[in-house]
Design a binder for this molecule. Sequence first.
Ligand SMILES: Nc1nc2c(ncn2[C@@H]2O[C@H](COP(=O)(O)OP(=O)(O)O)[C@@H](O)[C@H]2O)c(=O)[nH]1
Ligand SMILES: [Mg+2]
Length: 226
Amino acid sequence: MHQHHHPHTTVSGPTGTALDHVFKIGVGGPVGSGKTALIEALVPILLERGRDVAVITNDIYTQEDAEHVRRTLDGVLDPARVVGVETGSCPHTAVRDDPTMNLAAGAELLERFPDIDTLLYESGGDNLTLTFSPALADVYVFVLDTGEGDKMPRKRGPGITDSDLLVINKIDIAPYVRADLEVMARDADRVRQGRPVILTDSLKGTGVPEVADFVLSGRPACSPAR
Ligand SMILES: Nc1nc2c(ncn2[C@@H]2O[C@H](COP(=O)(O)OP(=O)(O)O)[C@@H](O)[C@H]2O)c(=O)[nH]1
Ligand SMILES: [Mg+2]
């Protein structure tokens, strides 16, 4: 899981402690790989499993993703539980180097909904080098998709090799883009040295219950799921 050792309680700022009691799932990956779609498929499952959920999205200038999540989960998740952080400069920075805006958004959500126990963070606009600040994510899910080509897992990068879970999304379109799923899965296994890989179709929901299983219970290093 986390390859580093860090006391989660040393997060600075007035909000660190409240957020420490919340299980935080970071979702990163290239633009368009299906991070938002995965979150939209994951939330209903997490709710069914009794989690009290909220979502924070990161966009540079807009609320696009937050609005998408609110629309898709209409009637499932209270729209007030979806917050879009406008990172202004670089979403990459916002989730890794300086998570202040995201921590503030999390704290603000917790003030409004004190019972939240599960927070999903989507980071926007990143590339393969994205990692999540440990202050933001107890479990870090990296989303690739078959449309980027079956070479992708071989390209490595910390998101691909070191994330707690690698999701290879859009398995439904693999035949159309001539991506070989077996090659992708095999290469991913190889570069990740046993860390898990799950193949998904986030629109149909294929593989998403397995993602939920993993994030809720598959993390030997940090024991969170209460
Ligand atoms: N066919 C297919 N399309 C998908 C899948 N997941 C996401 N998409 C589509 O891919 C596009 C980008 O998805 P989105 O979730 O916005 O990607 P993000 O930028 O990583 O958040 C959207 O048009 C989605 O509907 C999938 O599993 N299969
Ligand atoms: Mg998105």
